[in-house]
Design a protein around this ligand. Structure first.
Ligand code: HEC
Ligand code: HEC
Ligand code: HEC
Length: 370
C-alpha cells in the first residue's frame, strides 16, 4: 500500500487556512457582537438589518461556548487531560475564539462567552467599525481596512474550514464528532444571514469547500509523524472525489491519482483547485454531466481498487453522497430523488458497517432515476 510522504511543514505553511490572510488584522482589536447589535445597524427588523437577530436566535455558533460546559465536553476533556474545556486553548480556538487571542486584543465589550460571533468570520472590527457605514466607503475600502472578503468564496471557505475540518486525533478518539467540511450545505444550515443570488453558487461553494477540505487534510498528514488511519482515509476519500470531478470537468486543474500519492503535491493542487473553483463557470449541462459521471462510479467501492486504509471506502462514499445531494439540488432534481438519496445517506452514516455492494446497488438505482 502506498504511504503518504511527510515533508517539512515550512515548505507548505503558506497555503494553510490557519495562516492570517489579511495583514491589517494582525494586531486589530475585537469589539464583540454587541458592537454590531444596534437596531440601526445589524440588530433591526427587515432583511437588510437583521443579521444579529438571525445569529443570536438561530445560529449554532452562539452555543459553541456553552457546549464546553456540558457533560459531553467534560468527558472529552477528561480523556485528553483538560480539566476545564471552557478555558483550554485546545477547545476554545474553535468554540470560544475570544479566549484564545491575547487579552490586549479585546475591547471591554467583547465577551469571552459569546461563542463564534460576527468577528470570528468577518474579522476584528475595531479598525473598520466606524468607517464601514460611511456612504463613501465601498466594499473594497472595507476589505482594505481589514474586513474579511467573505464574498470571495475562496476566502469564505478558508474562514470556515479553519474550524470545521481538522481536529486532533486524541480529541476525536475521546468522542468529539468527526468534522466533515462541506461549505454549501453547511452555509444553508448556518443559517445564512446573507444571499448568494447566482444559481450556480451552490456548485461553486460545494467544490471550493471540498478542495480546501482536501488541502487541510493533506496539511495535517504532512505535519503529523504518525497520522491515524481515519485521517489517511479522509485524504484518500476526498482525493478520489476530486480526481473524479476534475477528470469529468476538463476546465478545472487536475487532481490526478498519481498526485494523491504525495501529500505535499496534493495540498498544493487542492489549493489551486479551490482558487479556480471559486470563480468557476457552470451551466445546466456541465453540472448534469458531472452529476452523471459521479453517479457512474458504482464499481469503485469495494475490492483492491480502493486506495488507502479500510475506512477509505466509506469516506469515499460519504463524500460522494454529499456531492450527489448538492448537485441534484442545484438542478432541482432533489425532490424526485429523495428516496434514492435517503438510501445512500443511510449507507454512509455508520462507517464501521459500510457495505460496498449495497452502496453500489443504491448508486445504480439513483442513476437510473436521473
Ligand atoms: C478544530 C476546531 C475544534 C476544536 C479544536 C474543538 N472542537 Fe468541538 N466542535 C467543533 C465543530 C465544528 C463542531 C460541530 C460539529 C458538527 O456538529 O458537525 C464541534 C462539536 C463539539 C461538540 C458536540 C456539540 C453538539 O452540538 O453536538 C462537543 C461536545 C465539542 N465539540 C466539544 C469540544 C471539546 C471539549 C474540545 C476540546 C477538547 C473541542 N470540542 C475542540 C470544532 C472544534
Ligand atoms: C460563521 C461565520 C459568520 C458569522 C458568525 C457571522 N457572519 Fe455575517 N456573513 C458571513 C458570510 C459567509 C457572509 C456572506 C458574504 C458577504 O455577503 O459578505 C456574511 C454576510 C454578512 C453581511 C452582508 C449581508 C448581505 O446581504 O450582503 C452582514 C451585514 C453580516 N454578515 C453581518 C454579520 C453580523 C452583524 C454578525 C454577528 C451578529 C455576523 N455577520 C456573523 C459569515 C458570518
Ligand atoms: C472560530 C471557529 C468557527 C468558524 C470560523 C466557523 N465555525 Fe461553524 N461551528 C464552530 C463550532 C465550534 C460549532 C459547534 C457549535 C455547536 O454545535 O453548537 C460550529 C457549528 C456549525 C454548524 C452546525 C453544525 C454543523 O456542522 O452542521 C454549521 C452549519 C456551521 N458551523 C457552519 C459554518 C460556516 C458556513 C462557517 C463559515 C462561514 C463557519 N461555520 C465558521 C466553529 C466555527
Amino acid at each position: 500500500m502506498l504511504r503518504f510522504i511527510a515533508f517539512l511543514a515550512i515548505a507548505v505553511a503558506s497555503v494553510s487556512a490557519k495562516e492570517p490572510t489579511q495583514t491589517p488584522e494582525a494586531g486589530a482589536k475585537f469589539v464583540g457582537a454587541v458592537g454590531c447589535r444596534s437596531s440601526s445597524c445589524h440588530g433591526g427588523a427587515g432583511e437588510k438589518r437583521s443579521q444579529y437577530i438571525t445569529w443570536s436566535q438561530k445560529d449554532f455558533h452562539t452555543r459553541a461556548y456553552a457546549i464546553l460546559l456540558d457533560a459531553r465536553s467534560a468527558r472529552i476533556g477528561e480523556a485528553v487531560g483538560v480539566s476545564q474545556p471552557q478555558s483550554s486553548a485546545r477547545c476554545t480556538v474553535c468554540h470560544s475564539p475570544f479566549q484564545s487571542v491575547a487579552q490586549t486584543r479585546l475591547t471591554s465589550t467583547a465577551r469571552p462567552d459569546e461563542g463564534v460571533s460576527c468577528e470570528s468570520c468577518h474579522g476584528a472590527a475595531q479598525p473598520w467599525l466606524r468607517g464601514h457605514t460611511r456612504t463613501d466607503w465601498t466594499y473594497a475600502t472595507r476589505v482594505a481596512a481589514g474586513m474579511h472578503d467573505l464574498r470571495n468564496l475562496y476566502v469564505r471557505a478558508n474562514a470556515c474550514v479553519a474550524c470545521h475540518q481538522n481536529v486532533d486525533a486524541d480529541i476525536l478518539k475521546a468522542g468529539h464528532p468527526e468534522l466533515v467540511f462541506e461549505l454549501d450545505s453547511q452555509s444553508v444550515n448556518e443559517p445564512k444571514h446573507w444571499r448568494d443570488d447566482d444559481s450556480w453558487s451552490g456548485v461553486r461553494e460545494w467544490l471550493v469547500g471540498q478542495a480546501v477540505a482536501l488541502r487541510e487534510v493533506m496539511w495535517a498528514l504532512n505535519t503529523q509523524s504518525a497520522p491515524s488511519d481515519e485521517l489517511k482515509a479522509q485524504g484518500w476519500g476526498l482525493g478520489w472525489l476530486l480526481a473524479e470531478t476534475t477528470n469529468a470537468v476538463p476546465e478545472l486543474p487536475k487532481i490526478s491519482s498519481g498526485m494523491l500519492k504525495v501529500a505535499e503535491a496534493t495540498q498544493k493542487g487542492a489549493d489551486e483547485l479551490a482558487r479556480v473553483a471559486a470563480v468557476s463557470n457552470w451551466s445546466e449541462m456541465s453540472v448534469r454531466n458531472l452529476l452523471l459521471a459521479l453517479a457512474s462510479t458504482e464499481n469503485q467501492f469495494s475490492g483492491k481498487g480502493v486506495m488507502g486504509p479500510p475506512p477509505a471506502a466509506p469516506q469515499r462514499a460519504q463524500r460522494l453522497v454529499l456531492a450527489l445531494e448538492r448537485l441534484s439540488l442545484t438542478l432541482n432534481l432533489a425532490p424526485n430523488l429523495e428516496k434514492e438519496l435517503t438510501a445512500l445517506r443511510e449507507d454512509v452514516t455508520r462507517h464501521y458497517d459500510f457495505n460496498g455492494a449495497t452502496f453500489a446497488e443504491h448508486l445504480r438505482a439513483f442513476r437510473a432515476k436521473l
